[in-house]
Design a protein around this ligand. Structure first.
Ligand code: PNS
Length: 161
């Protein structure tokens, strides 16, 4: 059984992330989407909100579950007995950072391998940061995220207005 973890901030999840999840679900027996619960980082969505959102969007994949983790990814991977970390690579600019993290994680936990999936070309420009930036100015984000979560994102920027 190949159990993989797809970790990230997912603040919010985008079509790029969902594309990686769909492809990972075909490649591995079990995929755990691991939402980083980092209280130091000021996130748009709470950890529970991000987990719930993703759970709804991946409900169609029977081998995909969603969870949150705190602390080091290697510790969480050990805890859930995952042998593979999945990361998406958009462009060469992602590579250096991702390589460093993958190698550090492997030093800490040699049984753990990182598998990189190249992001589909139509999403190679996309990031959660871009989605937040666009939404904060009232831009159309329908090409970036699923319809179901657009009202949730927009609501975050309507508060206090
Ligand atoms: O979506 P992101 O923000 O690019 O995801 C980054 C993530 C969550 C994969 C990374 O920050 C992470 O694994 N954080 C947990 C702490 C850790 O293990 N860091 C890597 C070792 S230096």
């Amino acid at each position: 059984m190949k159990k993989a973890i797809y970790p990230g901030s997912f603040d919010p999840i985008t079509f790029g992330h969902l594309d990686i999840i769909e492809r990972s679900a075909r490649l591995f027996d079990e995929v755990v989407v691991g939402v980083l619960a980092n209280s130091a980082k000021s996130a748009l969505f709470s950890t529970a909100e991000r987990v719930n959102m993703i759970q709804e969007l991946v409900a169609k994949y029977p081998n995909v579950t969603v969870d949150s983790f705190d602390g080091l990814l290697v510790d969480y991977a050990r805890q859930i007995d995952a042998q593979i970390i999945i990361r998406g690579l958009r462009a060469v600019t992602d590579f250096e950072y991702e390589l460093q993290i993958a190698q550090t994680n492997r030093v800490e936990y040699p049984a753990l391998d990182t598998v990189f999936l190249t992001t589909s070309l139509n999403y190679s420009y996309l990031s959660s940061t871009i989605v937040r930036e666009f939404a904060s100015y009232g831009g159309d984000i329908s090409r970036f995220v699923p319809q179901e979560i657009i009202p949730l994102i927009e609501a975050k920027y309507q508060r206090g207005q």
